[in-house]
Design a protein. Structure first.
Length: 383
């Protein structure tokens, strides 16, 4: 006769497979990775120790890292079914990776943490207990409450983090002490409700969740010490500041103004300066006839606009190699049609109301909206 299995308890086989007696998972740990090949195995072993007795899985979401992180994860998953790997091709972004990982998991609770061992996996059982008891719907690993710390930060990074935290709290009315944390655990059903409104761009997924929930998520913070990165380097660069501002802007305007559109319009404005400068040089220095000089100005401005947009506005979908040429040609076409739309609208406004600046502005607005919409469809297509 074999021993009866207590309901909710795990048989050794189930524990090995990360399931409880009902075959169900309790916790999915989602780990975004980019060039973390030397860290993932270490993290997996640490999770194994920290989560013993819990039915867990870990979902690594890798953006096709050049260092082959996903291959290391695949090998791990062949030895342990609790390890899963999502390999994304042609996409980049921490927030998007986390969202995809959580949505791909099936446990009632999902944790997000870095692969580089800067987050403290030993806090996970405590965080899970807070969710499981119903005390919280979101648990934040916090550096900025009693008992937490971020001593591994240099002065510059500490200052930037403090500033961003302050801005987020004031502008978005967020009351969490550490909304920039990349370490948290959430009820999946609550996350699922918010997911359609979350931005896939940028780094600040927790801030996005908290701001989008408008205070309706019962939140508890647990302190932890932000450690030093084990191997490899941080992917947080100065562009992250831009992403942060974009998120604040989008949340403040109820998602009507996106940072992408604002950047696109700003690049368009720079194109005007480029256009006029080229026109001036062609006319004055090279004595080119006006029509040709004007065409040259438009051509140069479209080219610089394309380069800037590829570098800034669409940096998460940046075209590379041969795709640059294809994209550039598509961009010329889009902008040429945009010019017709611009002139057409300006004409008809002027016809109704002969105010030159009003007609001009209406035409320009039409042009930028057209170029933006069409560029998103034909130049920087979402793959
Ligand atoms: N899939 C994917 N795609 N993963 C990424 C990407 C990406 O484009 N960029 C970064 N990651 C992964 C890294 O591999 C790492 O596991 C994790 O996301 C965090 O990236 P780091 O580069 O280590 O960021 P950090 O340590 O400088 O910043 C962390 O701490 C901040 C708090 O100060 C992050 O957790 C931030 O979200 C957090 O705000
Ligand atoms: Mn890190």
């Amino acid at each position: 006769m074999h021993e009866a299995v207590r309901p909710g308890a795990q048989s050794p086989q189930q524990q090995a497979a990360g399931r409880d007696a009902g075959g169900l998972l309790q916790l999915s740990v989602v780990v975004p990775t980019f060039n973390e090949r030397d860290n993932v195995t270490k993290l997996y072993r640490k999770l194994e120790t920290a989560l013993s007795g819990i039915a867990w899985e870990v979902v690594f979401v890798d953006d096709n890292s050049p260092d082959g992180t996903w291959q290391v994860v695949r090998e791990l998953s062949h030895q342990d079914a609790r390890v899963r790997c999502i390999r994304r091709i042609g996409r980049r972004g921490l927030s998007g990776a986390c969202i995809e990982g959580i949505l791909a998991s099936s446990a009632p609770y999902a944790a997000v943490m870095d692969a580089d061992l800067q987050h403290d996996e030993a806090q996970l059982p405590k965080m899970l207990a807070l969710l499981d008891s119903g005390e919280a719907e979101l648990v934040v690993g916090s550096r900025y409450i009693e008992g937490g710390s971020a001593d591994s930060f240099d002065r510059q990074r500490a200052g930037a983090s403090a500033l961003a935290t302050e801005v987020a709290k004031r502008t978005l009315g967020v009351s969490v002490a550490d909304p920039m944390s990349g370490f948290f655990m959430i009820r999946r059903d609550r996350f699922e409700e918010l997911a359609p409104q979350l931005s896939t761009q940028g780094f600040k997924i927790l801030l996005d969740i908290v701001a989008t929930a408008h205070g309706k998520l019962r939140t508890v913070e647990v302190p932890y010490s932000f450690g030093t990165r084990l191997h490899g380097e941080s992917k947080l660069d100065s562009m992250v500041a831009l992403d942060f501002l974009g998120l604040v802007l989008a949340k403040l305007t109820n998602d009507t103004i996106s940072l992408r559109f604002l950047l696109f319009a700003m690049v368009g404005g720079s194109g005007l300066v480029v256009h006029l400068t080229t026109l001036f040089i062609a006319l004055e220095m090279f004595k080119v006839p006006f029509a040709e000089a004007q065409a040259a100005g438009a051509f140069v401005a479209m080219t610089t606009n394309f380069i800037l947009n590829n570098f800034l506005t669409y940096r998460d979908q940046r075209l590379k190699g041969f795709a640059i040429l294809r994209g550039l040609i598509a961009f010329y076409l889009v902008c040429s049609v945009g010019l017709f739309a611009n002139v057409g609208v300006a004409f008809s406004v002027y016809d109704q109301e002969p105010i030159w600046w009003l007609a001009g502005a209406a035409g320009a607005l039409m042009g930028v909206v057209w170029n933006y919409a069409m560029s998103g469809l034909f130049v920087w297509r979402k793959r």
